[in-house]
Design a protein around this ligand. Structure first.
Ligand code: ADP
Ligand code: MG
Ligand code: ZN
Length: 490
């Protein structure tokens, strides 16, 4: 049966602050368990939270980049539930008056670019981390709690339910991740938990209202998210087809080993949490001029950059997207153009082609390159001046990549200059023709392919240095001369 899938994301971003949201404890990742804690983040009675201004600043920057309306006044609320990683018995979050509302992001989906709504962004505190140890012969199993993460500043970004497939959800999360990294509000490391995502999915028949949703928790990689959503869409699709669609919202989790989603619990309703305004924190009034200053200080973001690449450099859409969404690539690209007089598209071709391939092989990024933008510019200029061939340029690039040696040094040291002198090329061609009588005869009997063999021979002898266009013309000319001799016209 025909059904449509709808997905909305709740993205938790750990804001890059030196200290936690309510106390002065450090936020360093990987410290010894419970070494970065104090009475406030341990939730001890009598301790009082004090809001970290930097977290608000990073939240506002994010809200501005997501085109949200920033609240004039925001407040904090208590969300009550019990779990050992939450020693206070409630999480301080924003429920009634979040930091920002009503934004959107432009997302370059495979099917074309589209705006996705951002319902709201709000600040909240992180919980601790529980490690479960299963039963063994001599003990019944136990759990340990590390409160280092307790009280870390999080920004939750809630998207509208406007994503239509697992692929779109993935593209959305990738777009957000890049944006947040460029804003320098988070380090975005999914493997360290500083970027996490819950995904909500429902299915419905075309034209009918949205179905009941499942919230998928703990999706800690792009792959897990896409796989979980794909499984869930299929599962709910079957339920709908069988006439038994979901009648209650559930939270489920992704089981990587079984490659399926597993039921966790039915979803609480907001009333179950007994939200109420946090009495220990006053409302926060957000100064409009401060927000304006933060807006003026935002860097150029990938979307704006992509538009500029299309206009300013006339790059094809794919090139503009690939270069603009990777900040390191964008910085490198523009730096090369500063040293290079040729076409922007040539730089883009090399960067997205050979350079990217080399980077992928080594699993590194543009910031790790051993050569600089001026070196790539120099290499492309050698090519433009016809001083080296395209083939040789690739060889030079590979050496630049391995050693960081500037191209001029490599080309001089290894004698890689292109042979452009027609007399020199003619001499090489005649030598080849004389030594390969059989190929020459094959050519004359109509085997056009023999030309490729002869070209290959000249290239081998010259270590690929002969100007390929001149070679082609001179070789064909000499073959014709040879034939004319045969006929006796000569
Ligand atoms: P909660 O905080 O209880 O999870 P929200 O109303 O904040 O609920 O919604 C959270 C997410 O669920 C949002 O990302 C939203 O886009 C998504 N969502 C809401 N309704 C649906 C639906 N019917 N199908 C899919 N996603 C939905
Ligand atoms: Mg939720
Ligand atoms: Zn603390």
């Amino acid at each position: 049966m025909n059904y449509e899938t709808v997905i909305g994301l709740e993205v938790h971003v750990q804001l890059k602050t030196k200290s936690k949201l309510w106390c002065g404890c450090a936020t360093t990742f990987g410290a010894a368990p419970n070494s970065q804690v104090c009475p406030v983040c341990l939730g001890l009675p009598g301790s009082l939270p004090v809001l970290n201004q930097k977290a608000v600043e990073l939240g506002v920057r994010t809200g501005l980049a997501l085109n949200c309306t920033i609240a004039v006044c925001c407040r904090f609320d208590r969300k009550q539930y019990f779990y050992p990683d939450l020693p206070k018995g409630y999480q301080i979050t924003q429920f009634h008056q979040p930091l920002g509302r009503g934004g959107w992001v432009e997302v370059p989906f495979a099917a074309g670019q589209r705006r996705v709504g951002i319902t709201e962004i709000h600040l909240e505190e992180e919980a601790g981390r529980t490690a479960h140890f299963p039963p063994e012969a001599d003990n019944p199993g136990y759990s340990l709690v590390d409160y280092n993460r307790s009280g870390l500043p999080l920004l939750e970004i809630v998207t509208a339910p406007e994503l239509r497939s697992p692929e779109e959800a993935r593209t959305m999360l990738e777009t957000l991740k890049v944006l947040l990294e460029e804003l320098e509000v988070t380090d975005g490391k999914m493997e360290e938990g500083s970027l996490r995502c819950d995904a909500n999915l429902s299915v419905h028949r075309p034209g009918e209202p949205l179905g009941k949703r499942v919230e998928l928790k703990n999706l800690n990689s792009f792959r897990a998210m896409e796989a979980a959503l794909a499984f869930e869409a299929g599962r709910q699709g079957v339920l709908l087809t069988n006439g038994a669609p979901l009648d209650r919202e559930e939270a489920r989790t992704w089981n990587e080993a079984k490659r399926k989603t597993v039921f966790m619990r039915f979803k609480e309703q907001a009333t179950d949490y007994r939200y109420f305004p946090e009495p220990d924190l006053p409302p926060v009034s957000i100064d409009g001029q401060w927000v304006e200053r933060l807006a003026a200080g935002l860097p150029e973001l990938p979307e704006a950059r992509r538009g500029r690449y299309l206009r300013e450099f006339r790059l094809p859409a794919d090139d503009a997207l690939l270069l603009s969404k990777n900040k390191a690539a964008a910085v490198f690209f523009e730096a090369v153009l500063g040293f290079y007089n040729g076409e922007a598209k040539t730089v883009s071709n090399w960067m997205l082609g050979d350079v990217t391939r080399l980077l992928k092989e080594e699993k590194i990024g543009f910031t790790d390159l051993k050569f600089g933008p001026e070196d790539l510019a120099a290499l492309l200029s050698f090519l433009d001046r016809n001083e080296i061939s395209g083939k040789i340029a690739k060889i030079v690039l590979a050496e630049m990549f391995q050693t960081g040696t500037p191209p001029a040094a490599i080309i001089h040291a290894r004698g890689l200059f292109q042979i452009n002198d027609p007399q020199a090329i003619k001499a090489l061609v005649l030598e080849t023709l004389a030594a390969n009588g059989e190929a020459v005869r094959a050519y004359k009997s109509g085997k056009e392919k023999a030309v490729a063999f002869l070209v290959g021979d000249v290239m081998r002898k010259s270590k690929g240095r002969v100007n390929p266009e001149l070679l082609d013309r001179i070789l064909k000319f000499e073959l014709a001369v040879d034939e004319i001799k045969d006929i006796g016209l000569d």
